[in-house]
Design a protein around this ligand. Structure first.
Ligand SMILES: [Ca+2]
Length: 615
């Protein structure tokens, strides 16, 4: 076992990076690979090998949803194995919801700095100027792959393969609708059809990526981002005749869990089996000792069967909404059975991985995270961050409604709905040392602590939000490759007394209920090159409502389309609406009701723009 102190470790990194470059120059990587192929012995891994990194994250798994957390019913032997063979970060914090945590992981910055502010409505897009950990690790010679959920941008330029990942197989949105034979998946920018169950598919892709990278003699950064156990909680019944999902579900129903909880536990159980397969694969390749494996989740849990006394769930700023499981295994560096109570955060991964890979984080912007490497030692410190901060509001950053701050001992927080005007009376102060369940509000007894924490929070909030515009990015309309761009309903802003947006799993969302002349939806576009663009509309309209006129307008240019019938308003069909000229640069495309209709114009599912080649 090799244990380095922090100061020595930094020097070691310089040395190992230099060695790696020298290996490249001398063409000796094949020899290194051959040594690794020879098995998991002292020759297969040396301290000078750059560590591989496998970052495994689940979606909506709570701190309490593992066996090692004390949960008496869930079965997670692989997750527990990572914990017992390495370091448990007992007070590791994610953001309250999905996309914000992912932006923090990728950038090392609080998500509000990145322009991302939502999980839908186009607000789940990480700013184009951000530098990701994948880009940095590529600079250090790593091959990079992401398998599973991205949720940081769906349009070209914002997809994983545009943000530093050599290989991407997964989905852009916050969730997908089908887990068996899953739809809504893409491979390096192209939609793909798939067979099988989603957790297996992502794991298989990660395994294959590791194999190819290992054979090429490169270190790998493999981000395996399971979409389970996020809703809609679809079990694995894809193996007809051997319904593994049913067996697992039955196991948890037999333990007395209600059906909702049994489904969530089954999804986690299935993920755990796949993590076990991946760990075994690392063993088989002989690279486990020099592979840093992280297991964590992206926000608080949604399960409620057993919470170990913790308060709150996903999306709240109670501990149950923001504390996540976090285990780190790296046999060359970390002794088994280590535990740290230090305040740690999802924003710490970028500086951590930069340090282990020997590459500098960006120096031209604030990096909020701090490297965790100093905790990867015997008897790890319980000191890291002075404060952890929590904030989440779906529509725009807000320092008053749903927020929290903790110095480890004391925590000040507030959770109120949009219908409530938040005041100081809604604040709650908890002594986490003596009241970890966050039951006893000490706000009135500890005014100085309240003032100190609120002051620190507001200072932080101002810092991370200043000079940043929070609205959907302009959708890039590129002529590169002559590809189509689909304008999704959730990215529109809409005006009118009746018009509304209906969220229905992203690909089935609609703009609907519009019927008065002038009611409209507008998309903000960035047009790369002026020209004519073919317009295709996907919508549903029942026969008795057909015949209305939809007007499309971009600057001075207009197009009208008479709405046609589909069999029902819920069945979408694609209609050619003609073409419209779009000037280069920043443009707005507005769809509106040209003439009032009795009920609704249509249920508009998408508008697709395709550049028309000019001779
Ligand atoms: Ca999540």
């Amino acid at each position: 076992m090799i244990i380095f102190q922090q100061r020595l470790f930094s020097g070691f990194l310089l040395t190992h990076q230099t060695c790696f470059i020298a290996l490249l120059a001398c063409g000796l990587l094949q020899a290194a690979e051959n040594r690794q192929d020879s098995g998991n012995d002292s020759l297969s891994q040396t301290p000078s090998d750059p560590p591989n990194i496998v970052f495994i994250m689940t979606d909506d798994q709570g701190y309490w949803d593992t066996g090692v957390a004390g949960n008496p019913d869930i079965e997670t032997p692989s997750m527990d194995r990572i914990a017992s063979e390495g370091l448990q970060l007992q007070r590791y914090y994610a953001a309250p919801v999905c996309a914000p945590t992912r932006a923090g992981i990728m950038t090392g910055r609080h998500y509000l700095r990145t322009g991302l502010y939502n999980t839908r409505f186009g607000g789940d897009t990480m700013g184009i100027g951000e530098v990701t950990i994948a880009q940095l690790l590529k600079q250090a010679g790593y091959r990079t792959g992401l398998f599973g959920k991205w949720h940081l941008g769906k349009y070209p330029g914002y997809q994983p393969q545009d943000r530093g990942f050599d290989e991407f197989f997964g989905h852009y949105h916050g969730h997908i609708e089908r887990y068996e034979f899953p739809d809504q998946l893409h491979h390096n920018g192209t939609p793909v059809k798939t067979r099988g169950y989603v957790s297996e598919l992502f794991t298989d892709a990660a395994r294959d990526f590791i194999d190819v990278t290992h054979r090429a003699g490169k270190p790998f950064f493999c981000a395996l981002m399971f979409n389970a156990p996020h809703s809609p909680w679809v079990l694995d019944t894809s193996h007809y005749g051997q319904p593994e999902g049913d067996q697992t579900l039955t196991k948890y129903l037999d333990k007395g869990l209600p059906i909702r909880e049994a489904r969530i536990y089954s999804l986690i159980d299935r993920v755990d089996q796949n993590i076990g397969r991946l760990l075994q694969h690392l063993d088989n390749l002989g690279v486990a000792d020099n592979t840093l494996v992280v297991f964590t989740s992206d926000n608080g849990g949604v399960s409620k069967h057993w919470k170990g006394g913790m308060n709150g769930n996903k999306a709240s700023t109670y501990e149950g909404g923001v504390r996540a499981p976090c285990f780190v295994r790296w046999p060359n560096r970390i002794d088994p059975g280590q535990v740290s109570m230090a305040l740690t955060s999802h924003i710490d991964w970028l500086p951590t991985f930069c340090e282990v890979a020997g590459v500098e984080p960006p120096a031209d912007r604030p990096i909020d995270g701090k490297s965790l490497v100093h905790l990867m030692s015997q008897n790890p410190s319980d000191s890291h961050h002075d404060y952890v901060y929590h904030t989440w509001d779906r529509y725009s950053p807000n320092p008053d409604r749903r927020w929290g701050i903790s110095d480890g001992r004391w925590k000040l927080m507030c959770v109120v709905g949009n219908e409530v005007v938040a005041t100081e009376k809604n604040w709650r102060l908890f002594d986490l040392k003596n009241d970890p369940e966050e039951k006893k509000n000490l706000r009135e007894q500890q005014p100085q602590t309240v003032n100190r924490l609120r002051s620190a929070f507001t200072k932080w909030f101002h810092d991370v939000t200043q000079d940043i515009e929070y609205r959907p990015i302009r959708i890039p309309i590129s002529t590169d490759g002559n590809f189509e761009t689909e304008l999704s309903p959730s990215w529109a802003t809409w005006q009118g007394d009746h018009i509304q947006y209906t969220f229905d799993g992203y690909d089935w969302d609609t703009i609907d209920s519009w019927k008065e002349s002038g009611e409209s939806a507008t998309w903000r576009l960035e047009i790369e090159r002026a020209g004519n663009y073919k317009i295709q509309l996907s919508y549903g309209c029942s026969p008795q409502h057909a015949g209305g006129i939809l007007s499309l307008r971009a600057g001075e240019h207009r197009l009208a389309h008479q709405v046609q019938a589909t069999s029902t308003s819920e069945q979408f069909a694609i209609f050619e609406a003609g073409s419209i000229w779009l000037d280069a640069g920043e443009q707005e495309l507005t769809a509106s009701v040209a003439e009032s209709v009795p009920t609704e114009l249509m249920r508009l599912n998408s508008i697709t723009l395709t550049p028309i080649e000019t001779p």
